[in-house]
Ligand binder design. Structure first.
Ligand code: SF4
Ligand code: SF4
Length: 403
């Protein structure tokens, strides 16, 4: 007896995991912040315990390059696996099919289905907003009817768009609106994983039309590949059930390229895009691990020109712009380095709160300057008082004026 291995239970499981992750991520707190959220007021991306500032968006650029090559690689190898198994649009439509069934049961059920669709749309819109406004703030604000006009406006507009998408587009979204679906055609080659009817076994087809009836986008897969196919594999299971009666396997299945095709799966275009994705991942990890949480720029303080004081001490003043992009308050020492002279800095310490940007006027005193040079370069450093680790060093011109 041919045992049917249904794909749909696995698909539903993957969809459920995806839904739990998307709904749960804003609630998951890491180091006091949502695991994934873009904070609009401070222009910061909270990403699993780290905060990426607008100025550090080269990290996000690295991530975008990595994801772009990863998507090209996955699409080249596995076709529309994302569309059929994980895309939020597919997940939502699959989990709300019961609403469609309700609509065909009379006026009362239809009104109930519409109300339910609206409620689901409002909840999904709120879930999207939680990626910008933390749910811990959003939910109490809604309870007190004070979410703010901008948040309220976005919520209403998003709910309306999602409601119309449910009502009018559903799976038509994939064939008409989705840009990824449109791009996929150019990424496929003759070894990409597709769902296909096996033409070598076409004589075995019972013409029961089960595959066509179950297809959410109304395709007859027996007529060949279609760009509208979302790779949901519903037709694979439908045919498997019919063919089970004949003790045979489904006539429709997953194939790398066309059924019966030959050739290597790891072809050169897959190797190139996969390697590029790997290289950008390494670059991204390097950027992430080498990023410093303290940054500083130095400008001369034109309000206090260089001068000589007490006979043989030269004083230069600078404005230090220091930023703490980390998630905790930190105490820092300011040091000026020089190899041969005695150097003093005032003030020599500052406290920077998490996320704080501060401008500090500092005075650098150099004694016993023996050099004939009137301008020399000195190092000004910021050091952690907790770990004594130098966080950042910048060069500055030190001018010794004529006495
Ligand atoms: S043809 Fe099959 S895999 Fe493609 S959308 Fe229809 S049911 Fe899903
Ligand atoms: S479900 Fe299978 S047997 Fe029935 S029409 Fe489709 S391909 Fe043929």
């Amino acid at each position: 007896m041919t045992k049917i291995r249904r794909i749909q239970p696995w698909r539903r499981f993957a969809e459920a995991v995806q839904a739990v992750i998307l709904i749960g991520l804003p609630f998951l707190k890491i180091k006091g912040e949502s695991a994934l959220r873009f904070d609009i007021p401070t222009l910061r991306l909270h990403f699993f315990g780290t905060s990426i500032w607008m100025e550090e968006f080269f990290i996000v650029l690295g991530a975008v390059m990595f994801l772009t090559f990863l998507i090209v690689f996955i699409t080249l190898m596995f076709g529309r696996i994302w569309c059929g198994w994980l895309c939020p649009q597919t997940v939502l439509i699959d989990f709300t099919r019961f609403v469609d069934k309700m609509k065909s049961k009379g006026l009362l059920y239809k009104a109930g289905a519409l109300s339910l669709t609206l409620l689901i749309s409002i909840l999904i819109a709120a879930n999207l907003i939680w990626y910008f406004v933390p749910p811990y703030e959003f939910i109490p604000q809604v309870m007190e009817d004070s979410p703010g006009n901008v948040t309220r406006g976005f919520w209403i507009v998003l709910s309306g768009i999602i409601f119309l998408n449910f009502l009018l587009l559903r799976h038509r979204f994939c064939a008409t609106v989705c840009p990824y679906a449109k791009l996929q055609g150019v990424m496929f080659d003759n070894k990409t994983l597709v769902i296909s009817f096996d033409p070598r076994r076409k004589e075995e087809c019972m013409k029961c039309m089960a595959c066509v009836r179950t297809c959410p986008v109304g395709i007859d897969i027996r007529e060949g590949l279609s760009s509208a196919c979302i790779n949901c594999a519903e037709c694979v299971d439908a045919c498997a059930e019919m063919m089970e009666q004949k003790q045979k396997k489904s006539l429709i299945g997953y194939f790398f390229g066309l059924p019966g095709g030959t050739g290597r799966l790891l072809r050169h275009n897959a190797l190139i895009t996969g390697s590029a994705a790997g290289a950008f991942l390494i670059f991204l990890l390097f950027l992430s691990f080498s990023r410093v949480t303290i940054d500083m720029t130095i400008l001369p303080n034109y309000a206090s020109p260089p001068r000589i004081t007490g006979g043989k001490t030269a004083v230069n003043s600078y404005i230090l712009s220091v930023k703490n992009t980390g998630k905790s308050d930190t105490e820092l020492s300011i040091k000026a380095g020089s190899t041969d002279e005695a150097v003093k800095v005032l003030p020599d310490k500052i406290l920077l709160k998490a996320g704080e940007y501060k401008k500090v006027t500092v005075y650098v005193f150099v004694k016993n300057f023996g050099s004939k040079s009137l301008t020399k370069l000195i190092d000004i450093s910021i050091e952690s008082r907790e770990t004594n680790k130098i966080m950042v060093t910048r060069k500055a011109s030190f001018i010794i004026p004529e006495a």
